[in-house]
Design a protein around this ligand. Structure first.
Ligand code: HEM
Length: 450
């Protein structure tokens, strides 16, 4: 009786019981993957993957530069120079009168009369900060343009599938909302802080609104980059075989722990550190001044306790760097786990090490920002490092993304099991912990039918 016939007689037994009873010699199975291309089902019509993918990659690159320019705007204290929102106006003031008029407007707001007036800022100095904020806003509009123009073209030419159209419209709405959120953030810096409950009374935008604005930018960037990877990379089904699937699933779990666990909180605390100029609070690392960590003396007991984690500069900075170090050590520890995955594809392994390298680099830059808080390029490169780290994480996650369950069904269907013991060993790896429930059910059902 051949192997399939033997297994067919045991349908009533569980998968594991039915296999452990057998002992076979040869381990060989045929893999003949058929690609189920969800891309053409859900995203774009056949043949247009590359052009639409490159467009989305280009938009994500402009969002990347927008994030860096946003950080530069904050670090050079330029963000409060344009005190009006002119959605219809594009150019800079044209002549001296227009510049003076803008400067006069600026003089009505606290950043001028509490800070820059005392620093002796003249119209030339004003032009410098105005130009940076103007460039930030213009780049924002340019992103709108490079998004909407090609979108309309692809839409009219019928390149996009209904689900893709819906996703892109949602993204467009989110982008427009981000523009409003930016202005809402700027407005919070144009008020006299004495009238607010914020701890720091210097004219800055609200750290809550800054965090909201920055987080949205990272989400927009991440979604765009992920979508472009989907369109530009080969379908996962072309890479996944019975041999490497379990290890890919295991790596996805390892990365998932990083992505859904500490990483978003490290980002969140980083935004708060940036939002309250927390880099100036303490300039020692790893020690916090003479101590190893903050203590009750560092807390401000006159404000609600939780506010210490959003507005108390020292507590916010130290919380951020501590969580960042814990996150980094956990990720570095996972090198051991990933090294055990012998069947991981080379690109998956490389993408994991890219992720680890980005973490190490980011920690090194972060330490230097604490030691040397003044140089703008240094603090700005910590911002760039965070987006690079997000990119590395998304790329690695994408490399070991889930496959279409139909692919597993197909692989199992094509398999000639000459070594059920080896097959059993493999199936044991494909348990509920390394496969998604749906994949597992497919695999089990297919196997039981043999
Ligand atoms: C994996 C590790 C890390 C990640 C993902 C991360 C992420 C971030 C992010 C997203 C920001 C906000 C940047 C901005 O909006 O301009 C930030 C700010 C900051 N981070 Fe980190 N960080 C990490 C490690 C560290 C470490 C280890 C330190 C210190 C030893 C540190 C110190 C700072 C400081 C001082 C700021 C404020 C910089 C500024 O004012 O521009 N970070 N971090």
């Amino acid at each position: 009786m051949n192997t399939f016939a033997k297994l067919a007689t045991q349908k009533s037994h569980s998968l594991r019981q039915s296999l452990t009873k057998r002992n076979f010699s040869q381990h060989s199975f045929k893999e003949n993957p058929i690609i189920f291309n969800k891309i053409n089902e859900f995203y774009v019509i056949k043949g247009k993957e590359r052009v639409v993918g490159l467009w989305l990659l280009g938009v994500s690159a402009t969002v990347f530069s927008m994030i860096i320019l946003g950080g530069y705007t904050r670090l050079t204290r330029s963000g409060l120079s344009m005190v009006k929102w002119h959605p219809h106006r594009v150019g800079l003031p044209k002549n001296n009168e227009e510049w003076e008029a803008e400067f006069d407007e600026y003089k009505k707001f606290p950043e001028w009369y509490l800070v820059n007036q005392h620093k002796g800022m003249d119209v030339e100095g004003f032009k410098q900060i105005y130009f940076i904020e103007w460039a930030h806003r213009i780049l924002g509009r340019a992103i709108g343009g490079v998004f909407m123009g090609p979108l309309a073209y692809f839409w009219i030419r019928g390149y996009l599938q209904p689900r893709m159209k819906r996703n892109l419209l949602l993204l467009l709405g989110f982008g427009a909302f981000q523009g409003f959120a930016g202005w809402w953030m700027v407005k919070s810096g144009l008020v006299n802080k004495e009238q607010t409950k914020e701890l720091d009374k210097t004219p800055n935008v609200s750290p809550y609104r800054l965090t909201f604005h920055a987080y949205n930018a990272y989400i927009i960037y991440g979604v765009l980059f992920w979508m472009s990877l989907h369109l530009l990379r080969r379908p996962q089904e072309a890479m996944i075989t019975m041999k490497n699937m379990a290890d890919h699933n295991a790596m996805r779990k390892i990365l998932g722990r990083a992505a859904h666990g500490l990483f978003p909180i490290v980002l969140l605390t980083g935004f708060f550190t940036a939002g309250i100029q927390g880099r100036f609070a303490v300039n020692t690392f790893p020690k916090v001044g003479p101590h190893w960590f903050y203590n009750s003396n560092h807390f401000n007991w006159d404000i609600p306790f939780w506010k210490n984690f959003t507005e108390n500069k020292l507590v916010v900075q130290v919380t951020h760097r501590t969580l960042a170090v814990i996150f980094s050590l956990l990720a570095i520890k996972s090198i051991v786990e990933v090294n055990k995955l012998a069947n991981l594809s080379p690109i998956a392994r490389k993408s994991f090490y890219f992720f680890i390298s980005a973490i190490i680099l980011q920690v090194l830059i972060g330490m230097h920002v604490v030691w040397f808080p003044n140089p703008v390029p240094l603090a700005n490169s910590h911002q760039a490092g965070a987006v690079t780290l997000l990119t590395a994480l998304l790329f690695a996650m994408h490399t070991c993304r889930k496959v279409d369950p139909r692919h597993i069904k197909n692989l199992l269907g094509k398999m000639r099991v000459e070594d059920p013991q080896g097959f059993h060993n493999m199936m044991q790896k494909f348990n509920k912990h390394t496969m998604s429930k749906k994949e597992y059910e497919y695999a089990k059902k297919e196997f039981m039918q043999k």
